[in-house]
Design a protein around this ligand. Sequence first.
Ligand code: SF4
Length: 338
Amino acid sequence: MDAETRNRTLGTRKDPLVRVRDIKKTGKMLSRDFPVAESRTRPAVKVQDGCNAFCTYCIVPYARGRSRSLPVSEVIDQVNRIHPMGFKEIVITGIHLGLFGKDLAPRTDLQSLLEQVLDSTSIPRIRLSSIEPDEVSEPMIALVKNNPRLCRHFHLPLQSGDNTILKRMGRPYTREDFETLVRKIHGQIPDAGIGADVLVGFPGETLDHFQNTLDLIEALPLTYLHVFPYSPRKGTLAAGFADRVSPGEIKQRCERLRALGNLKKESFYQSLVGKKVSVLMEEKSPGTKGLLKGWSSQYVPVLTEGGDHLKNTLVSVTLGEVVKGLGKEPRIFCMGTL
Ligand code: SF4
């Protein structure tokens, strides 16, 4: 910082002043000059920050403050700056994405934001990051179904498949609500990738509660899981809850869920064999024996032969065999041919 800029921004004091505000009183979200990198080919556009929900295990509302959104015009500006840089996909993210627009004047919502981004930009692909199960509306499912620029991918934080545990977590939906939503998405978009976060070993989670989670996931057309072991966060309500589940038990339950998640993933990938999908190519990876890796709209990792010139392009790929544990990669992939 040169002397003139320093004087303008910090005054003429020798010791720079750092001004901080109470995060709980921060009402405006500041636009970033540059999007946060989700990956080298899929930049994230953060449209919302903070949360008002106060789930009993979560520190976010205390640490990040209340929900605030980026004005729609600024989101569109960001996307229109990113696209000419050569990006083909953006990921719309937020701490609690479904609250987008509730703090803006005039009030708006995520559905309207998506419609305006589709209308006012020509970025080829738009992916939504995690969205709360009670905030996915039927019009939003229809929008994803009917617009090929929106990725056929929903990531839903389930956390538990047991109503007693959901209540203790302070989550505002039941296992039945979650089931209805997943079946609705699958009914409308049978090839959608539908992922779920699960928090394992919340205080008071008995084997019966955990079994309810396993049973729900097994019964639903979910396509992958992100499994997290519960650990108490100081300052949250749940940190004071009794009936802690032992770390060893949490580890075992996580392993069972991850195994189930891999089965769901594999069977979803098998269901896509022979289908033609659009894949955003990334780069060759030593972990995948030099094959090009990319991501389909459904969030399926696809490996294919091809030159480096395909990097960061959208290509049509026919999905073939499902492979596991290739090279250094422990993951499951679909092989594809151009
Ligand atoms: S878990 Fe999500 S919805 Fe709940 S308080 Fe944390 S950020 Fe908000």
